[in-house]
Design a protein around this ligand. Sequence first.
Ligand code: CMP
Length: 141
Amino acid sequence: ALERTLSIIKPDAVSKNVIGEIYARFEKNGLSVVAAKMMQLSQEQAEGFYAEHKERPFFNDLVSFMTSGPVMVQALEGDNAIAKNRELMGATDPQKADAGTIRADYATSVDANAVHGSDAPESASREIAFFFEDSELCPRG
Ligand code: CMP
């Protein structure tokens, strides 16, 4: 089915200057950017985005990492976009990520793991709405 998913290129990957390399992987694998913005997340934004992890021991480190530099936020559209993006990203822990995935190639740790991607349709809707107005989404079909 045609789906949308929320993707974030995290501060480590932005700082490695690989936004374009990561976009190329999306585009070569049937995902199209339908909205995008580069931004420096505030602490409030990072805490709000990751609210579901508030009680996890890694929450403070996660928020501090995600506010350590600019991120590139995009909504991706394509057939099975949510699973496709997760396949392209690889496992959360880059040490466990399959060869050839974004995290295997660009990530260095569980925190500095290059990219975020929504894990389910409900989180995709919520996460896209967190960053984008409906009017900012440009359907590609
Ligand atoms: P992300 O997909 O952005 O969602 C939550 C993030 O928390 C995750 O990627 C990791 O970067 C980070 N994180 C840090 N420690 C852990 C952990 N032990 N388990 C899961 N996620 C973690």
